[in-house]
Design a protein around this ligand. Structure first.
Ligand SMILES: *[C@@H]1O[C@H](CO)[C@@H](O)[C@H](O)[C@H]1NC(C)=O
Ligand SMILES: *[C@@H]1O[C@H](CO)[C@@H](O)[C@H](O)[C@H]1NC(C)=O
Length: 208
């Protein structure tokens, strides 16, 4: 009797230990190099309006200005500069993008998922707007940045926040703009779920 109890007790311990290891491994594989708003010292949003998911579009942008950043400190500063420009000069509620990716290979939280953005008129309530910080007209973002964008999208799809059949496009496919830069635009054409659709409308010609 004692033997049986001990053995089943040991088995439970074994099971608990292996489950812990599996959980740990999974959470590491799923972990996103992520920088929340409190870390980059965001100002509060003036207003937050949400929309339902799963989100059908992923839209890629470049910042053009600020230039590419390479450290957590530089990228946090770039986030602050963009937020200030969008809130103060443009009078928006918050930084326009849902997320941004820095040259440090990390994902910076903008408005987040399912919050109506200000990055692509007519698409703001059905997309995730991801800004790759830097000017990508002639240069390609690093492998690290590209991987971070893919990890963010995969995270969204895995958690059913982004539709599994999402459509990936560049900002220029929705309005007249050079964004996300010629070089980056050529690159995203090779990414999963890129669709060569063009729905370009000059936002100045439509009521907002
Ligand atoms: C997004 O906004 C447009 C224009 O106001 C509206 O027609 C559409 O139903 C909205 N879509 C979602 C998913 O809320
Ligand atoms: C994605 O799937 C949804 C739900 O099945 C469907 O309504 C939608 O049309 C699909 N979108 C594309 C781009 O295929």
């Amino acid at each position: 009797m004692l033997m049986v109890m001990t053995s089943s007790g040991m088995r439970s311990i074994f099971i608990v230990v292996s489950m812990t290891l599996i959980t740990l491994k999974e959470s590491m594989a799923c972990s996103l190099p992520y920088v929340g708003r409190e870390i980059w010292d965001a100002k509060p949003a003036k207003d937050v309006q949400t929309f339902p998911g799963p989100i059908p579009f992923v839209i890629i942008h470049h910042s053009y200005i600020p230039a590419a950043c390479n450290t957590g400190k530089e990228c946090s500063k770039a986030m602050q500069v963009m937020q200030e420009m969008h809130q103060q000069e443009r009078g928006w509620n918050d930084i326009g993008y849902s997320f941004a990716v820095g040259g440090d290979g990390r994902v910076y939280e903008g408005r987040g998922f399912n919050v109506i953005g200000a990055h692509a008129p007519r698409y703001n309530n059905k997309s995730v707007g991801i800004c790759m910080i830097g000017d990508w007209r002639f240069d390609l973002p690093s492998e690290k940045m590209i991987d971070a964008v893919q990890s963010l999208i995969e995270y969204g799809v895995r958690n059913n926040i982004i539709a599994s059949n999402y459509t990936l496009i560049g900002h220029r496919q929705t309005r007249p703009t050079e964004c996300p830069g010629d070089r980056l635009f050529e690159e995203i054409k090779t990414w999963p779920h890129f669709v060569d659709m063009w729905d370009v409308v000059d936002p100045n010609t439509i009521a907002t």
